[in-house]
Design a protein around this ligand. Sequence first.
Ligand code: CTP
Ligand code: MG
Length: 228
Amino acid sequence: MTSAPAKPEVAAIVVAAGSGIRLGREIPKAAIEIAGVPMVTRSVQAMFSGGVDKAVVVAPEAWVERFSHFFPAYPDRVKVISGGVMRQDSVRLGLVHMGDADIVLVHDAARPLVPPFVVDRVIEAVRDGAPVVIPVVPQVDSLRRIRRNWTVAVDRSTFLRVQTPQGFEAQVLRRAHAQAGDKEFTDDATMCEAIGMPVMTVPGDGLAFKITDPMDLVLAEVIARGES
Ligand code: CTP
Ligand code: MG
């Protein structure tokens, strides 16, 4: 009798160590409440609802202790650690503290309304054999390329907007970070691409938008109140 293959373990690194300069609040962006629940708590909840087994939350250094009280529903499944100067540093520190896992998701705490079905979709695609998976949505605005003092139209259908969580075979993401050195990358998928890995896309969702400017916070509040 052959036994079923063991279910791969899925870890999430939720990066929440940014200060949220563009929001301009006193407290770090990830600690801001949306309809009474901190952004980072919502993000971690979405990871678990979507099939993640354990999470490392990367917090601003001075906020590690406070963040550790943000996840009472998951006392044994969440580890809170201190982040780095750049997002890339925070992800690397998350990898150091993550422990063993077969699949890793990297998620922005600043995308607190990501639907669990997007999380599940990313995990399934990695489980099915894609080493690097990103959720994407179409570009809805027209785009123009800047050429010195004029602009030219570009075909927007050839562009996609990238969301998180991004999913990886754990070994691939570890290798990409080990080889990145001091070079800066916009995201982890791009870092994996730099070591020759193909990047697969799955459909993202409008609700996975990133809270960046004050207006995004207003929108998130309205949506979250509508859902509760
Ligand atoms: N992030 C992080 N560590 C950093 C910088 C950013 O963990 N050194 C995280 C943020 O907490 C956020 C995600 O990366 O969840 C995406 O970054 P962004 O939206 O730019 O957030 P902030 O850097 O906090 O915002 P701002 O750029 O306006 O300061
Ligand atoms: Mg930033």
